[in-house]
Design a protein around this ligand. Structure first.
Ligand code: PEP
Length: 250
């Protein structure tokens, strides 16, 4: 039985005051939600602050990306070991904004995934097609290519402590959400690929949906067989909405 994971990607939003209020609001609000697993992904500067507030609670935290090198002359970058030092459990890899705005290729994403696993972080691998790719009937080919690049690098064993997040690019930050059926179809496709690789790992790996998830649509998404939670952008910036999405798991 896979437990629902609700994860908030705060992207490049926040201030010390906002992080304090949001983290406290989430911690308070989730006391009355079902026992979902929880994670937030603040900007790196605020990881220590979230750690101080959330250590010893149900709330986990992680970073939005990492550099695959262990250390060295990589100005501005942050390594997996540094994230571990700040208590991170998770790290996002391959978010569509990293792929499209910062030029991360499938190979770059695979290297980051491998570095995360090697350091004991749990990578959340983001996959998804653009609107043009969906309209061209290429959704499965695109997510298969993105997943295969990582499989080739780490094999089935690399997914033992990993999560997938199917995030159709056309649904991120647009207010458009994939219907539960559309999302389920891609989730089932991804799960079948993992199951073909390793039945146990394929059966236990959580596959989150991301793309304009809100309190109003969370329950219908979570009711799908292969949707095991949500990666939430905009709606994770208010405690009320984030907690409302957690309630969708009941
Ligand atoms: C995201 O960026 O991962 C995301 C899903 O954003 P939003 O919920 O705002 O669409």
């Amino acid at each position: 039985m896979r437990k629902i994971l609700v994860a908030g990607n705060w992207k490049m939003h926040g201030s010390k005051a906002m992080v304090d209020a949001l983290t406290r609001g989430v911690l308070e609000g989730v006391e009355s939600t079902p026992a979902v697993d929880l994670a937030v992904f603040p900007p790196n500067l605020f990881l220590g602050q979230v750690q101080a507030l959330a250590e010893g609670t149900r709330l986990n935290w992680g970073a939005q990306t990492l550099n695959p090198h262990a250390e060295g002359a990589f100005t501005g970058e942050v390594s997996a070991a540094m994230l571990r030092d700040f208590g991170c459990r998770y790290v996002l890899v391959g978010h569509s904004e990293r792929r499209s705005l910062f030029g991360e290729s499938d190979a770059d994403v695979a290297a980051r995934f491998e570095a995360a696993v090697a350091a004991g972080l749990e990578p959340v691998l983001c996959l998804g097609e653009t609107l043009e790719e969906r309209e061209a009937g290429a959704t499965e080919a695109v997510v298969a290519r993105q997943l295969d690049a990582v499989i080739e690098r780490v094999g089935a064993a690399g997914f033992a402590q990993a999560t997938l997040a199917y995030e159709p690019v056309w649904a991120i930050g647009t207010g458009l959400t994939a219907s539960p059926e559309q999302a389920q179809a891609v989730h089932a496709f991804l799960r079948n690929k993992l199951v073909a690789l390793d039945g146990t790992i394929g059966g236990q790996t959580r596959i989150l949906y991301g793309g304009s998830v809100k309190p109003a649509n969370a329950a219908d998404l979570f009711a799908q067989e292969d949707i095991d939670g949500a990666l939430v952008g905009g709606a994770s910036l208010t405690a009320e909405d984030f907690v409302g999405i957690c309630r969708g798991a009941s």
